[in-house]
Design a protein around this ligand. Sequence first.
Ligand SMILES: Nc1ncnc2c1ncn2[C@@H]1O[C@H](COP(=O)(O)OP(=O)(O)O)[C@@H](O)[C@H]1O
Ligand SMILES: [Mg+2]
Length: 253
Amino acid sequence: MSTTGTGGVARSALSAAGSAPQAPSLLALDAVDAYYDRSHVLQSLSMTVESGAVVALLGRNGAGKTTTLKTVMGIVPVRGGALRFDGADITGLATHRIARLGIAYVPEDRGVFASLTVQEHLTLANVRGGWPIGRVYEAFPRLAERRDHRGTQLSGGEQQMLSIARALTLAPRLLILDEPTEGLAPVIVEEIAAIAERLKAQGLTMLLVEQNYPFAARIADRVYVLGKGRIRWKGAPEDLDANEEVKHTWLGI
Ligand SMILES: Nc1ncnc2c1ncn2[C@@H]1O[C@H](COP(=O)(O)OP(=O)(O)O)[C@@H](O)[C@H]1O
Ligand SMILES: [Mg+2]
């Protein structure tokens, strides 16, 4: 399976065509509805992530960002609309099958095991085509230093790095990050931003949920603003930056 090369190809196609609508969507949500019991949380939500692009999903607490990601991963069921990945209908697929298609999910709580060492986390997950451990340690020198430390001995920033690094060992075609900077000190946020920029430069497709607006604006090619379960705005980060009304109403800035 050739996964690492496709991002680069799609990237040049994208830049050649500017913002052409025919840019290939790696992931598409088409009028997706999702519920918790009778609570209608996602309402006809449509969005796309093009191959090689970084797309940010922004919104206040409770807007439905995590639910959107869980819907993509098949953790929360799609009750209306459809999900497509690389042109194939993945609506209703089990989470493990979605993951096996090449969608790696770094959840809000980071999913680091208390009793496993850094090295154990990385070797457990490693699959063919994924980043070998040496490459992970080159990209994340802090993890190399901490390779024998257990989950509980890691700082929040180190746990976040481990969670991202583990996802990279899975050879993702799409990396999904839920609030990677949440609760981290500015200097660590800067490290995570630099890592995300390097991954982007390598052509990795990413869907990023954030409440840290400057971080998202720095990394993202395109932004969706989610409010009360609906997409309220979409466009380029610089256009959002100039839109005080959307920022005020839907992001609280
Ligand atoms: N497991 C759940 N059961 C019931 N309601 C939930 C559950 N998870 C989230 N919600 C509700 O769904 C809405 C969207 O939540 P969420 O997707 O976590 O928002 P965000 O990630 O944008 O903060 C909120 O009103 C939240 O209270
Ligand atoms: Mg959330």
